[in-house]
Design a protein. Structure first.
Length: 94
């Protein structure tokens, strides 16, 4: 069974370690208002396998370890128009 964690539209920044080592969700849905994601924000969320991000801009990762220790097969889904930007943005190549 897939459990979804959706970050609400009123959230603009995900702080350092906000969901560090939190289990129980396999899909993360990030809202389009997210501007920054802190170090280890989703670090060691071992059940996380999918990140869905419906955005118009690429959020800044405060470090390359925002998703440290997650599933090796983590899939990040973004709008097609931003795929190349995500590939070259620091920390987003999983």
């Amino acid at each position: 069974m897939s459990t979804i964690l959706t970050i609400p539209d009123q959230i603009y920044h995900i702080n350092y370690g906000a969901f560090y080592n939190v289990g129980g969700f396999s899909t993360l849905v990030l809202n389009s208002s997210i501007k920054t994601i802190g170090s280890y924000a989703f670090g060691y969320c071992n059940s996380l396998s999918n990140v869905l991000y419906n955005c118009s801009t690429i959020p800044q990762l405060k470090s390359y370890n925002a998703f440290e220790g997650v599933n090796n097969n983590l899939a990040i889904y973004v709008p097609y128009s931003l795929v190349e930007g995500f590939k070259t943005a620091g920390g987003w190549s999983y």
